[in-house]
Design a protein around this ligand. Structure first.
Ligand SMILES: Cc1cc2nc3c(=O)[nH]c(=O)nc-3n(C[C@H](O)[C@H](O)[C@H](O)COP(=O)(O)O)c2cc1C
Length: 230
């Protein structure tokens, strides 16, 4: 099959999405689309290179939102029905809100809109699907209560992109998610993969429910479910 997989900027279900993409790419040609936030967040969680490595070749490109300017020419492939399937996983509440209101002003919302026009089936895995609280995972974080304000910050010294301001914060837009800082700090003041509980907003849950009204779109709870829908 010719499949397009779009990542939006969600940390939740991100690792599970990458793992499913890797499985699927062993048997199918996959083009990967990254929203601007999708690219940033994949880097923060140290998963960008894994995604990049499944791409390379015709219909196996890595498509970055920042290279598509304003008209998203790649979307033509969807309106022409050139793909067998579009997957958006994980899908942020931002992208869902746009989709249910028929907005197509970004790489991923354009791909979904044009898939509707080209009759390309779309599978969406929304992050905000059920009411209540949700446990989700954080990227690297400076734990200031553990930071000893060392004269030389070992974590900052080993950070390749120089993303750490000692005793202050990690600039996540510079962070590449390599986790070197986490092992370098002798006081364990850099965490990675901590779990936090966030509350799902009712507006986001309501929007996710409205996805069922979109023609050709199927909503899944978990990226792993994608494999049984091919
Ligand atoms: C570390 C990190 C994790 C995030 N995780 C989520 C998430 O799980 N769900 C979500 O809706 N937004 C999340 N966001 C916010 C989105 O990236 C942001 O709303 C962005 O504008 C979405 O753009 P997109 O829908 O075009 O990808 C996260 C942001 C950061 C920095």
């Amino acid at each position: 099959m010719k499949i397009a997989w779009a990542f939006t900027g969600a940390g939740h279900l991100l690792r599970e999405s990458v793992e499913t993409l890797e499985k699927l790419a062993t048997e199918h040609k996959v083009t990967v689309l990254l929203s601007g936030a999708g690219e940033e967040v994949l880097k923060m969680y140290g998963l960008f290179d894994r995604v990049k490595s499944v791409t390379g070749g015709y219909y196996q490109e890595l498509i970055l939102e920042k290279d598509q300017m304003w008209s998203y020419p790649i979307s033509g492939r969807f309106s022409l029905g050139r793909y067998d399937l579009l997957i958006v996983s994980p899908t942020t509440s931002n992208t869902i809100a746009k989709l249910v209101h028929g907005i197509a002003d970004s790489l991923v919302t354009n791909a979904v809109a044009q898939s509707g026009k080209g009759k390309v089936k779309t599978l969406l895995v929304p992050v905000d699907l059920e009411s209540g609280d949700l446990d989700t995972v954080l990227p690297s974080k400076l734990e200031l209560d553990l930071c000893q304000n060392c004269t030389t910050c070992e974590a900052a010294a080993v950070c390749p992109p120089d993303a750490i301001t000692p005793g202050v914060e990690i600039n996540l837009l510079k962070c590449q998610g390599c986790a070197a800082c986490q092992t370098a700090c002798p006081y364990g003041a850099v965490s990675g993969g901590s779990i936090i509980t966030i509350h799902m907003r009712e507006i986001d849950i309501k929007n996710s429910r409205k996805l069922h009204h979109l023609e050709g779109v199927e909503v899944l709870k978990d990226p792993l479910e994608i494999l049984s829908h091919l």
